[in-house]
Design a protein around this ligand. Structure first.
Ligand code: BGP
Length: 480
């Protein structure tokens, strides 16, 4: 006789077996949550599945057909800030291989291809005269998606402002609002007839704090005095971009994405709980709350107080935009501890390995699927959020090619456990409309270079050969 638990386990294993993913039962059992015997049908027939990508991380062709340098070209070439000394000069060469790469997306039974446009490719001077060859490239990408029955999701800004604009202060200069508006206007006028799904910014907290506060991403600028105007200008652009898309694109579905994490205290101490509040405000609230008319979370994050200096009359209204959806991008959780001497944050995220996390990625990020559930619940608790898409989620490891195959069972397990948590949230009423995994191809992972591989598809960077990993095959079967 099969008791309740065994029966559940049995059905789960059976469904995994049928979907072709039961490669090693031992490993499978190691990292799946309770809630896992699911199929594509459980998510509903309108649920969208796809992949997310970003221009600098995969296009290459950094000086081709009139493209100028972006801050990432400068950052990687001049300063050698990248751990393995590499650049995105060639990356996955997507500029030339886009057609077969988009065929790959189709072959995985995905419905959405999310990509970003490189501002420096379409407007080499940042503003002014458009570069027709750059504009044509994205027409080719979009047309290829449409031919394949894929929805092209266009991200306007994935961290690569043109260097010419950075020379004038980049995001620190209030003029960026005009520059970004001009760029957005051009993109909507060029592609608005074909592209209906628009993402204004990719993870504004990440590109402002890491690029203009901590300085370990491009453009490598440090200090709170640089960071505060950057945050305010990016938050205005987020809403302004939305307004431009709304007025130029008929039936547009407009969103913006946030890097989000479930933040927990290391110890059940009051001070750690207060540290959680600060980190949570920085990681989860900083950009969504102004867009909803709630202002900046200054009371939870006191260092934001001086942002007032940069706020002009009428700005608080300009920060607000009625997005059709919010993109949440979650990889892990953060466990924080109060540490008084850490400037501004007075607390620190504790390294998962040091606090005994049992499984973590190549980047040291803990595998913690419940973080996606908590994030979805959290963002859906804002009444004005109409719909949520998971616009990034994925797992980095050092994949090895053996006999032309990549057995990335850990990544398969990662996806399964996170999808289970997404379904749990969906079944509890969260309006989550789709899931885009990070990412299609192994690519240039910012300051980490090429060592951590995130792709569903393995890339041999010497030959640019593509090989489907087991995780790609898992999605292919799951989405059949
Ligand atoms: C997100 C970015 C992506 C991608 C991903 C992986 O924050 O939007 O561009 O890089 O994270 O992150 P990381 O490179 O930090 O591992």
């Amino acid at each position: 006789m099969i008791n309740h638990l065994n029966r559940k386990e049995f059905l789960r294993l059976l469904s995994l077996f049928v979907s072709g993913s039961l490669l090693n039962p031992q490993q499978l059992l190691a990292n799946t949550s309770d809630y896992s015997g699911f199929s594509k049908a459980d998510f509903g027939k309108d649920f969208l599945w796809g992949v997310s990508t970003a221009a600098y991380q995969m296009e290459g062709a950094f000086q081709e057909d009139g493209k100028s340098n972006s801050i990432w070209d400068t950052f990687t070439q001049k300063h050698r800030h990248i751990k393995d000394g590499t650049t995105g000069d060639v990356a996955c060469d997507f500029y030339h291989t886009y057609s077969s790469d988009i065929d790959l997306v189709k072959s995985l039974n995905m419905k959405v291809f999310r990509f970003s446009t490189a501002w420096s490719r379409v407007l080499p001077n940042g503003i002014g005269r458009a570069n027709q060859k750059g504009i044509d490239f994205y027409h080719r990408v979009i047309d290829k998606c449409l031919e394949n029955n894929l929805q092209p999701w266009l991200t306007l800004y994935h961290w690569d402002i043109p260097q010419v604009l950075q020379d004038k202060g980049g995001w620190m200069n209030r003029e960026v609002i005009d520059w970004f508006s001009e760029y957005t206007y051009l993109m909507t006028k060029s592609y608005g007839d074909k592209v209906k799904d628009w993402i204004i910014l990719n993870e504004p907290t990440a590109f402002t704090v890491v690029g203009y506060g901590v300085g370990v991403h491009a453009p490598g600028i440090r200090g709170v005095n640089h960071l505060l105007p950057t945050i305010h200008h990016a938050a205005i652009c987020q809403a302004e971009g939305g307004r431009i898309v709304r007025s130029n694109v008929k039936n547009a579905n407009i969103g913006t994405t946030f890097s989000c994490s479930h933040v927990m205290p290391l110890r059940n101490f009051e001070k750690d709980h207060i540290a959680v509040e600060r980190w949570d405000a920085l990681l989860n609230r900083l950009f969504i709350e102004p867009s909803l008319g709630l202002g900046y979370p200054i009371s939870s994050l006191p260092f934001l107080k001086n942002i007032d200096k940069h706020i002009k009359d009428g700005d608080m209204e300009k920060l607000v935009f009625d997005f059709d959806f919010i993109g949440v991008q979650n990889y892990t959780r953060e466990v924080v501890k109060n540490i008084w001497y850490i400037p501004y944050m007075h607390g620190l995220e504790i390294n998962p390995a040091k606090r005994g996390a049992t499984e973590y990625s190549e980047l040291g990020w803990e595998v913690y699927p419940e973080s996606l559930y908590e994030t979805l619940k959290r963002f859906s608790s804002y009444k004005a959020v109409k719909k949520i898409y998971v616009t990034e989620n994925g797992f980095a490891r050092q994949d090895e090619l053996i006999d032309n195959k990549v057995h990335d069972i850990q990544r398969v397990n990662y996806f399964k456990s996170y999808l289970a948590q997404m379904l749990r949230a969906k079944n509890e009423g969260v309006k989550v409309g789709g899931y885009l995994c990070w990412t299609l191809l192994d690519n240039f992972e910012w300051r980490e270079g090429y060592k951590p591989r995130y792709g569903l598809v393995y890339v041999d960077f010497k030959t640019q050969q593509r090989i489907l990993k087991d995780s790609a095959i898992w999605f292919q079967n799951f989405l059949m």
